[in-house]
Every structure is written in C-alpha cells, then in structure tokens.
Design a protein around this ligand. Structure first.
Ligand SMILES: [Zn+2]
Length: 273
C-alpha cells in the first residue's frame, strides 16, 4: 500500500483543462483540481464534489519533476538491523480484533511475549497502544500472530480474509481509494509494488508479474518478517487492491509458501471485472 496525499491544500484550484471522461458532470458540477501521488506516480485530477461525494471525472499523468524527493516520515532507515513492520495495518487489525472478540481476547495475544516486547505495548489502550506511524519489530508481531493461531486455529487464511475485508477499507479510504479506482491499473500496481511494500516492511522482496489480462503472479522472498498469517494478509491485500481497481471477481491460489517448505511465497491471482 502506498500513501496518497494531497500535496498541499492550495493544490485544489480551477479551472482544469483535462481529458473529459464525463461531459455531463463537467457541465453541471463544480470542479476542483487536485494533485495526488499514487503508486509512486504523480497525477492531477479534475474532481467534482457534492457534499462527501468526491469523484474524479478526468485525470492526467504528470511528468517527473526530477531531483530527489524529501524523505518523509514514512521513509525507513535502511540501516535498521532488526526486521520491522509499520504499525498502521497492525493497529487496524488489533482494533478489528477488539471489535470482534473483545479487548480481553486481544490482551491474550500478548500472553507469550517477552518483557522487552511487552514494554513496547500499552495494554489498556486501543490496539494495545500500537501507533500507525511507528515501526515495530517483526518478532513482536510474529509473537502475537503465533498466539492468535494457537487460540483460533488454522493457518491464518480465514482470519486474514475476514480481517482484511474490515481493515483495508479503513486503511485505504477517501481520496486514495477514489484515485486508485480511477487511475489504478494492474500494471501500475505491479510496477510499484516493491516501493509500496517498503513503506510497510523493512525486509522482503516483493514482485508481481502480470501474466495476462486476467492473471498475475505474485512473489514475496527474502522476508525474515514472514508469518503464515502475514503471508495471507499480504495476498488478500493485493486482491483487495485489484478489487478497488474494478476487478470485483478474483481468486487467489497460493502455490508456495516458506512456512510450507517453499523457497519463497508465490501466489497466482486471477481477476475479472
Ligand atoms: Zn508465505
């Protein structure tokens, strides 16, 4: 998942001079211009807005501006030794776990954690105090995932699917979702998947090969932060992104996983509109 942030409040201007996708909308609705970064590419969008209903009615891809971008707060330090994972999705998963099972059950996920991991948490707070913008050791998350599978059984697939359905819309909402739906393509997603992955994980190499108009081959390798549950979460996150891009019908076939003796984790995603 990548960030998609308005560059500034002043980025909204008029009038746009963009390719029209819906002439009737343009003629009758107020329009705003918005520049957004999606999947590592800058886009300028012409939007119509009525109340909370924001829709893109035209877009253009901006030319690269050159030079290096400022390192944002999300940028990780490549020198970190221990594999780490960004707190955002973990926080949302724990909040969802709280809603579904109750906070007492969420507390049980910490039962096997060593003291130095417990010291990073705040049990009385929502999501055990996990912060969305902070980085956490994969070993901490893996420990909670291990406990979750002990308590719930299975290899995490069903849990990951159920959690993903609730968590992803909360993580990817509003403008980001709208932009991805409007201009996102499997090829663009595949092209930038490693960069998006690095926004969440300090380790692991991620790739997606678009095999045909309805099939993609996804790989995760060299990922010390791997856990069967996180592996399924990764797979269903990818499927969700395709769903937002308009491919409502999809299926995933994990053909290899390091937790089952594979050299790497491989998944075939089949998708149709
Ligand atoms: Zn795996």
């Amino acid at each position: 998942m990548g960030g998609c942030r308005p560059k500034s409040a002043s980025a909204c201007r008029s009038p746009p001079k963009l390719k029209r996708t819906n002439a009737r909308d343009r003629a009758h609705e107020p329009q705003k211009r918005l520049e957004l970064r999606l999947l590592g590419v800058d886009f300028r969008l012409e939007c119509s807005a009525r109340g909370h209903d924001v829709r893109a009615i035209g877009h253009e891809r901006l030319e690269p501006t050159g030079g290096s971008r400022a390192r944002g707060a999300d940028t990780i330090d490549s020198r970190v030794d221990e594999p780490k994972i960004k707190g955002a999705s973990i926080r949302e998963c724990l909040l969802w776990h709280d809603r579904r099972y109750g906070h007492e059950e969420t507390l049980r996920l910490t039962e096997r954690l060593p003291p130095h991991h417990l010291a990073m948490l705040h049990p009385s707070q929502p999501a055990l105090g996990i912060l969305g913008a902070s980085w956490y050791p994969c070993s901490l998350v893996q420990g909670m995932c291990d406990r979750l599978l002990e308590l719930r059984g299975g290899d995490g697939r069903e849990f990951a699917l159920a959690a993903n359905r609730e968590v992803m819309p909360r993580i990817m909402h509003g403008m980001y979702r709208m932009v991805l739906r409007t201009v996102g393509t499997p090829e663009l997603y595949a092209q930038h998947i490693q960069r998006l992955w690095r926004r969440i994980h300090t380790t692991g190499e991620r790739s997606i090969e678009i095999l045909s108009s309805d099939e993609a081959f996804s790989v995760v390798e060299n990922w010390p932060g791997h856990h069967p549950l996180l592996c399924w979460m990764t797979i269903y996150t990818m499927a969700y992104m395709f769903e937002v891009m308009g491919y409502k019908r999809w299926s995933v076939d994990r053909v290899a996983c390091v937790s089952q003796g594979g050299a790497r984790c491989e998944t075939i995603l089949r998708y149709r509109r």
